[in-house]
Design a protein around this ligand. Structure first.
Ligand code: NAD
Ligand code: DAU
Length: 352
């Protein structure tokens, strides 16, 4: 049996594939369109494996997806493929609707066509795991109870709205066609192979490059941070034992204000690669214009997955952020590779 991962050349998908090949004997096919966010260098560690195959293509190509499913006898699909950056969705929502909404619908159609023709046992065992986000729930007031799976959807950015639409489609395919789907809604990931348009890798990259560290607004927005390997472990648990039709919230039990995240990164860099002038990297900090529609706080109640599937985060924020800073310091070639070309024009547009 084989699993199909879509969007496996991105940040979380590549970490998932690397962990999967380490912890399971099952082969993986990775279907990825290789947008600006997809990077095959993330998967250099799979190069020698005869259990890994890469196909370049989009989830919207349902004929191609159907062929991959049939040819490989796929028993599960894990869907990471998406446009994932909130700020990009504010500059241009259409790619988000194309991939996250229309693309997910085509993927669901291809999977439904394949699944409906499987023998009974194969149909029973089959799973589609849709990887989604806590941003579908919208913003929490300080002190409000964290998001449970029953929290109403109230997405505030085009990205979050497109993910919410995809979650609804996935749910509808279960209700209407009986497709055995699972959905996870996870908080902010960080760790290796994180593209430096997102807060943590951007701060590390800018700090080391002597550039300003842009903090939107007052920097008091709160996110729940989870080390990416903990998210990958949660996904393996849900795929293995999650109940079809259910959604599971995944979080790191690490609520932090953005400004504190930035200061933590600065202090780790100070201790590992001090600036030559003896000043702290926090002297590069710059408060810049706020993100329109910026969600003030996300927080996750992950008690359902903890109770039902026995999963919990294993890496504290202190340990995970230190590992992450070390990874970026040890992998300047990866950073140089992904920050050339299209990356530069994005940064100029966003921070002009
Ligand atoms: P990412 O932007 O790093 O990677 C996305 C990947 O999808 C890239 O490899 C890209 O090439 C590929 N892709 C884009 N459009 C495609 C298409 N049409 N067909 C096939 N492949 C396509 O994203 P990420 O941060 O790894 O997030 C992965 C998933 O997890 C997304 O669905 C995102 O919404 C969700 N998520 C992310 C976080 C986070 O903190 N990063 C948290 C919760 C959920
Ligand atoms: O919560 C899960 C979501 O986390 C995922 O669904 C998204 O795919 C992922 O990108 C992430 O979304 P955020 O918008 O929370 O992540 P980002 O790293 O872009 O920003 C984190 C916080 O930092 C947010 O409050 C905005 C702020 N920020 C971000 C950037 C890029 C800054 O202050 N300055 C910056 O330059």
């Amino acid at each position: 049996m084989t699993i199909l991962v879509t969007g496996g050349a991105g940040f979380i998908g590549s970490n998932f594939i690397l962990d999967w090949l380490d912890s399971s004997s099952e082969p993986v096919v990775n279907l990825d369109k290789l947008t600006y966010a997809g990077n095959l260098a993330n998967l250099a560690g799979c190069a020698g494996s005869n259990r890994y195959a890469f196909v370049r293509g989009g989830i919207e190509d349902d004929a191609r997806v159907g062929e991959i499913l049939r040819r490989n006898g796929v028993r599960a699909v894990v869907n990471f493929a998406a446009e994932s950056h909130v700020d990009r969705s504010i500059h241009g929502p259409s790619a988000f609707i194309e991939t996250n909404v229309v693309g997910t619908m085509h993927l669901l159609e291809a999977v439904r066509g394949y699944w409906s023709k499987l023998p009974n046992a194969g149909r029973e065992a089959f799973r589609l795991l849709h990887v989604s986000t806590d941003e579908v729930y919208g913003s929490l007031q300080p002190g409000a109870a964290p998001f449970t799976e029953e929290h109403p959807f109230r997405p505030n950015s085009p990205y979050a709205a497109s993910k919410a639409a995809s979650d609804h489609l996935v749910r509808a395919y279960h209700e209407t066609y009986g497709l055995p789907v699972l959905t996870t809604n996870c908080s902010n990931n960080y760790g290796p192979y994180h593209f430096p348009e997102k807060l943590i890798p951007l701060i590390i990259h800018n700090a080391l490059s002597g550039k300003a560290l842009p903090v939107y607004g007052d920097g008091q927005q709160v996110r729940d941070w989870i080390y990416v390997k903990d998210h990958c472990a949660a996904l393996r648990c849900v795929l293995e034992a999650g109940r079809p039709g259910e959604t599971y919230n995944v979080g790191g039990r690490s609520e932090m204000a953005n400004i504190d995240v930035v200061l933590t990164v600065c202090s780790l860099l100070d201790s590992r690669r001090a600036r030559t002038d003896g000043r702290s990297y926090d002297s590069q900090l710059a408060h810049v214009a706020d993100r329109p529609g910026h969600d003030r706080r996300y927080a996750i109640d992950a008690s359902k997955i903890e109770r039902e599937l026995g999963w919990g985060p294993a890496v504290s924020f202190a340990a995970g952020i230190a590992k992450t800073v070390d990874w970026y310091l040890d992998n300047p070639d990866w950073v140089a590779n992904v920050t050339s070309g299209a990356y530069r024009s994005w940064i100029e547009k966003q921070y002009a």
